[in-house]
Design a protein around this ligand. Structure first.
Ligand SMILES: [Zn+2]
Length: 300
């Protein structure tokens, strides 16, 4: 998985290279359009054809992509050129501006970047975590469907993460719409998944009560299933110009190297605000991330 699904809705038109260089996702009402991954806005304007549109450049595991979000609602764009966006950040709302006959998102993925002939367009469904595609590309090993053998694991048995793609998602005390609502999750918030009951996910406990969210038809959250074999607990990318990598989790630890803005890494373990990002020549490598100031991290 490289990208999250950028909007709720039904896929009404699929990718066909040369004739339809993206996918269409349609839903009525107020539908947020979300950044499919961490990146930098390269265009944000009102195009004759694309309508209200945002382009985002991404570097994921050293591979460059550019994503396009077209036909957004008039004056709904919330980002501007040069701005860094996080995964799931709202870019605007679904609309029907430009060459469009009804409300939908036209979403394109280009590898490495967009050009006017769209010769680098690839099928977005091969890169997003629901609705099809390979499901094993990109940072972390992500499995496209829930793994039934993981059901019932709790405590450290996190089996995945859910990132909310609706404005409000009810958290209930049982896996049923008759369960009492304990609290709500807002758009873009991420929760660990501990076990499954059909299309309900247990996201932990609250005052001794289990907390459950519904993700029927994958309409409420983007899901990432953690590969328990890899030993990784998360992944992230550097958001400062240079970050020291040290051989031990302390400010006086010997310097191994420096990594630059946008560098992706996996997280294998934690020590306070220090993250172990792997080993080099048999020695552990650590970076500091106090108050999440130096890196964006997604926990599995
Ligand atoms: Zn389209």
């Amino acid at each position: 998985m490289v990208f999250i699904r950028p909007a709720e809705g039904t896929i009404t038109q699929y990718f066909k290279k040369g004739t339809h260089n993206g996918i269409d996702i349609a839903k009525s009402g107020t539908v947020p359009i979300l950044a499919a991954a961490l990146g930098t806005v390269t265009k944000s304007y009102n195009s004759d054809s694309y309508g209200e549109v945002v382009f985002i450049k991404h570097v994921i595991n050293g591979v460059q992509y550019e994503t396009v979000y077209a036909h957004m609602a008039e004056r709904s764009r919330t980002v501007s050129v040069g701005q860094n966006v996080s995964v799931g950040q709202r870019l605007g709302y679904m609309g029907s501006t430009g060459w469009s006959t009804g409300q939908h998102l036209h979403f394109e993925v280009h590898k490495p970047s967009w050009n006017s002939s769209k010769s680098y367009a690839v099928n977005p469904l091969d890169y997003i975590n629901s609705g099809g595609g390979g499901g094993t590309e990109g940072p972390g090993t992500v499995i496209g469907e829930p793994q039934p053998e993981y059901a019932g694991r709790t405590k450290n048995g996190r089996i995945g993460t859910a990132t909310t793609i609706v404005s409000t998602l009810n958290v209930r005390n049982s896996p049923s719409t008759s369960g009492r609502i304990i609290r709500t999750l807002s758009l873009g918030s991420t929760a660990w998944i501990y076990k499954l009951s059909g299309e309900w996910y247990c996201i932990g406990t609250n005052n001794g009560e289990e907390e459950w969210i519904s993700n029927e038809n994958r309409a409420h959250a983007n899901v990432r299933w953690y590969d328990l074999k890899s030993g990784r607990i998360g992944e992230g990318s550097v958001k400062v110009s240079l970050l020291n990598v040290r051989y031990s989790p302390t400010e006086t630890g010997e310097l191994s190297r420096k990594i630059g803005n946008g560098t992706s890494f996996y997280v294998y373990k934690e020590s306070g605000y220090w993250l172990c990002i792997g080993t080099k020549d048999g020695r552990e490598e650590w970076i500091a991330n106090p108050n999440n100031e130096y890196a964006n991290v997604t926990w599995y």
